[in-house]
Design a binder for this molecule. Structure first.
Ligand SMILES: NC(=O)C1=CN([C@@H]2O[C@H](COP(=O)(O)OP(=O)(O)OC[C@H]3O[C@@H](n4cnc5c(N)ncnc54)[C@H](OP(=O)(O)O)[C@@H]3O)[C@@H](O)[C@H]2O)C=CC1
Ligand SMILES: Nc1nc2c(c(=O)[nH]1)N=C([C@H](O)[C@@H](O)CO)CN2
Length: 242
């Protein structure tokens, strides 16, 4: 079935891979971005609807919501991917650090989910099996359950994002499923040196950089399910067993 899928943070890495995957499958992708990379041009040429939206800007969030409600007849899936992996020693005050993490990872998804839920419900009802036919996916992090000594505010905000999975799953049943995906070592960053990579890989009993497809395959499964909701799906190489 052809879906309309909203993905936040499509400019690079996992969000970009998700957008390309669903465009290649013939779905309609609505992508938000902050920085206008060449990748945004590429996604536009592939047919994506693209919106500049800094999730720390309330006016930009309101404009995104208004545009989607006015210009998109249906919405089947929201993937909250956009994220800022801010360490606590980032130069901002602790108050500003926590406020930024909660804004991007909690407040923005909260506003978007509440405003666009009617579209998700309406889309689900167009399906023969309309139970659990639409989806919200919150991409959290393994550290939401474990904590992090160097990313305290980030980890707390991802834990709050998972708590919203529980609340929205109850609120939007039976037509909309709401699930978390809690990744660990999916993609290194360009600035990661060999020492960091060795240390990071050693944290899991499956020591590998998992890659985008681990997330893509799980989202494909969640979208096609009609029975899984209110849960977190770990993609972490068995870190809890180390
Ligand atoms: N990569 C990994 O190994 C892991 C990833 N995750 C989670 O998976 C998801 C994707 O990860 P990854 O692709 O590595 O993420 P990145 O940090 O590489 O990119 C995140 C995206 O979010 C955007 N973004 C950041 N801040 C804002 C903002 N204020 N407003 C709007 N957009 C913003 C970025 O835009 P811009 O390009 O402008 O910065 C970028 O497109 C994230 O939720 C992340 O927390 C969790 C654990 C491990
Ligand atoms: N927004 C982001 N969140 C996270 C990233 C990232 O690059 N962007 N990376 C990680 C690490 O891979 C970490 O899981 C390694 O243990 C975590 N979150």
């Amino acid at each position: 079935m052809e879906r309309t899928i909203l993905i936040t943070g499509v400019g690079k890495r996992i969000g970009y891979a998700l957008a390309k995957h669903y465009l290649a499958q013939g779905h309609h992708v609505i992508g938000t971005y902050r920085t206008h990379y060449d990748s945004i041009e590429q996604l536009g040429k592939l047919g994506a609807s693209l919106h500049s939206c800094d999730l720390t800007d309330p006016a930009a969030i309101e404009a995104l919501i208004a545009h989607i409600n006015e210009h998109h007849a249906r919405l089947d899936t929201i993937i909250h991917n956009a994220s800022d992996w801010l360490p606590d020693n980032n130069g901002l005050s602790p108050g500003d650090t926590m406020a930024r993490m909660m804004q991007i990872h909690v407040s923005a998804p909260y506003q978007i989910n509440l405003a666009l839920a009617p579209l998700l419900i309406a889309a689900a009802k167009t399906n023969d099996d309309n139970i659990g036919a639409s989806n919200i996916i919150h991409i959290t992090d393994y550290v939401a359950e474990k904590g992090s000594k160097k990313h305290i505010a980030y980890a707390a905000s991802k834990a709050a994002l998972h708590n919203m999975t529980l609340s929205f799953a109850s609120l939007l049943a039976p037509h909309v499923k709401v699930n978390s995906i809690a990744p660990a070592m999916i993609l290194f960053n360009d600035h990661d040196d060999d020492a960091y990579k060795v240390k990071a890989l050693a944290k899991a009993i499956l020591p590998k950089e998992a890659g985008n497809n681990e997330i893509i395959s799980l989202i494909d499964y969640l979208q096609n399910s009609h029975y899984v909701t209110g849960r977190s799906y770990a993609v972490d190489g068995g870190r809890q067993l180390k």
